[in-house]
Design a protein around this ligand. Structure first.
Ligand code: ATP
Ligand code: MG
Length: 220
């Protein structure tokens, strides 16, 4: 791979973040010329020879940007809170991939009285940091069990009393006989920029950041 010091590398995840970032890139005059859903390539070219896109796992985006393997990226607030944000500058809320982080329990489980009685709750989640802070702030005692997917199953098979997960329409919860009992925070995706790149590549990054800012403000 030849090294082009002018090149900007943008880290995105497949799916909703890629899809919802496309119009923002468009506003900056950048078109991704290959579709990650059909291409097996992990490095995608754009119409701008100086901008390329890398496709990584959603939770890996902050890591690529932190270490400068990508100059900038798009990641959910959920992912950024778990990562911690070291080495990252977070200038813009892009107002995309909106959902909320919530506590849900099995239909019929009386969460409010369990909390009131000071019961120790078992909670499954992918978002251990955020869940820990939430329950600590409420003074609720919890045993947190980390899962990597399908949290909804936990309460159904007796692994946990509650889940902390992302909710948008609530249809996945309903389909699994779970009910949302507490909203922890609103979630959307943010632009993250490598701190060194921000200084060294400011001239190239600035117009893109400005275009993203204008386009995402229209979505607020
Ligand atoms: P994977 O599906 O590969 O395990 P992931 O679930 O983190 O990873 P996505 O489902 O693409 O990846 O989610 C990417 C980001 O989109 C999340 O980090 C979150 O910020 C946001 N998101 C997740 N679920 C929803 C949803 N149902 N509606 C809107 N935004 C969501
Ligand atoms: Mg997902």
């Amino acid at each position: 791979m030849t090294h082009n010091p002018q090149q900007l590398t943008l880290a995105l995840s497949k799916g909703r973040i890629f899809e919802e970032t496309l119009p923002l890139l468009e506003a900056a005059g950048i078109q991704v010329t290959e579709d990650p859903e059909s291409s097996r390539k992990l490095i995608l070219p754009t119409n701008d020879a100086n901008v390329r896109v890398i496709i990584v796992r959603a939770s890996d985006v902050p890591t690529y940007v932190q270490y400068g393997a990508a100059d900038f990226g798009v990641a959910g607030k959920d992912v950024l809170l778990e990562h911690g944000g070291e080495g990252l500058y977070q200038p813009i809320d892009l107002n995309i991939a909106k959902c909320r982080m919530s506590v849900a329990v099995r239909n019929g489980f009386d969460y409010a009285s369990a909390v009131k009685q000071g019961a120790r709750l078992r909670v499954v989640t992918k978002y251990v940091q955020t869940a820990r802070e939430h329950f600590a702030a409420k003074g609720v005692h919890v045993d947190l069990i980390k899962l990597y997917g399908s949290m909804e199953l936990g309460p159904l098979v007796g692994l946990a009393d509650a889940i902390v997960d992302l909710v948008s329409t609530g249809s996945t919860l309903r389909a699994n006989d779970l009910v949302e009992v507490e909203q922890i925070m609103d979630i959307s995706s943010r632009l993250v920029v490598n701190r060194a790149a921000l200084k060294l590549k400011r001239e190239r990054l600035q117009p893109i950041l400005e275009a993203f800012e204008r386009a995402s403000a229209l979505r607020a």
